[in-house]
Design a protein around this ligand. Structure first.
Ligand code: GLV
Ligand code: MG
Length: 339
């Protein structure tokens, strides 16, 4: 045990296990659903995404905020039916509004048993995450829910958030992911474009967001968290979505927001390993386990095809294998069928 109260969830070891399990869930596709639209919430129920978030923030206009809260609470009631997604999250309003505490008190207080995590937008400092953690603990307790079982997903959406990212990632044991908010981020920096998810015209060659994306990814991994890419707004441009998703998938991101059913299949596909990659990872793990065993000669470096493997290769293969298994993949047989 440690003296730092923030390193252990309020609910102790039990909560730590729950949070670890939430952190490990797949998030290849994270569907944004405006809380103000019962129709879109109902449509979201059957979509094969890994996570759904019901939005009380920027997809809801000011005059519709109160109604959106009620819609979300109603949508989370057991009688309303569930979601195909493994994780159901609520995006509350940011701390610079008058809504944050009310959002948490109302939604978690009345429907917290069905909320896996709170998505906190526009996080600029660790204190904002600590504050949400403390409010969540009180609301969980007063609602008779186990303390510390609801995760926090901070969204990094401006220069201040990126500057303090390491402290934000480590601010609470509830933190599951770091989420990039490109639209707000571009506005914060003054990037010269109005097209979110695409490169700004005139920036060639290269990726104008590489530094931001990599900084978020590194901070996430330093704290054992997932890294999630934000939206691609041209919802009818599947090619463009695939291109943007492939870029962050290649870096190592775990998933990306989707805004429209048309983006779902592409997102799930791009953020799952290819079958050939998965087969190769499984092959490496088996070959390396054998080579390093006493029966296999206790060798630490071994040839696999034309590649030399060592312990680091095993770690890389484990990442691909874990992602493939989370996506329901299995090794294909010699004819290429999945078994
Ligand atoms: C999402 O919230 C964004 O700002 O891109
Ligand atoms: Mg935003």
């Amino acid at each position: 045990m440690t003296d730092d109260p923030r390193t252990v969830p309020a609910g102790g070891a039990d909560a730590a296990d729950v949070i670890a399990a939430l952190r490990a869930r797949p998030r290849r596709t994270v569907l944004a659903v405006p809380g103000s639209s019962p129709k879109m919430i109902d449509k979201a129920r059957g979509l094969p995404v890994d996570e759904v978030f019901l939005d009380l923030e920027d997809a809801v206009a000011g005059p519709a905020k109160a109604e959106a809260r009620e819609n979300v609470i109603a949508a989370l009631s057991p009688s309303a039916g569930g979601f195909a997604a493994q994780s159901v999250v609520v995006r509350v309003n940011a701390w610079d509004t008058e809504y944050t505490v009310g959002d948490v008190t109302e939604v978690v207080g009345r429907a917290g048993a069905r909320v896996d995590a709170v998505l906190l937008p526009k996080v600029r400092s660790a204190a904002e995450v600590v504050a949400l953690d403390l409010v969540l603990t009180q609301v969980e307790r007063s609602a008779g829910l186990p303390a510390g079982h609801i995760g926090i997903e901070p969204q990094i959406e401006d220069a201040a958030g990126l500057t303090h990212i390491d402290a934000i990632a480590g601010a609470s044991p509830r933190v599951l992911t770091l989420v990039f908010g490109p639209a707000d981020f571009m506005a914060s920096l003054g990037v010269r474009t109005l097209t979110v998810g695409e490169q700004p015209e005139g920036y060639v060659p290269g990726d104008a967001y590489h530094h931001v994306l990599m900084t978020i990814l590194v901070a996430a991994r330093a704290h054992g968290l997932q890294a999630i890419d934000g939206p691609f707004l041209r919802v009818r441009d599947e090619e463009g979505f695939r291109r943007a998703a492939a870029r962050t998938a290649a870096l190592g991101y775990d998933g990306k927001w989707v805004l429209h059913p048309a983006q779902v299949d592409a997102g799930n596909e791009v953020f799952s390993p290819r079958q050939s990659e998965f087969d190769k990872a499984e092959g490496i793990l088996a070959a390396y386990a054998h080579a390093t065993s006493v029966e296999g000669g206790a060798r630490g470096a071994v040839m696999y095809g034309d590649e030399m493997l060592d312990e680091a290769s095993r770690k890389m293969a484990l990442v691909v294998s874990a992602r493939g298994r989370a996506a329901g993949m299995s090794v294909s047989d010699t004819e290429g069928r999945s078994t």
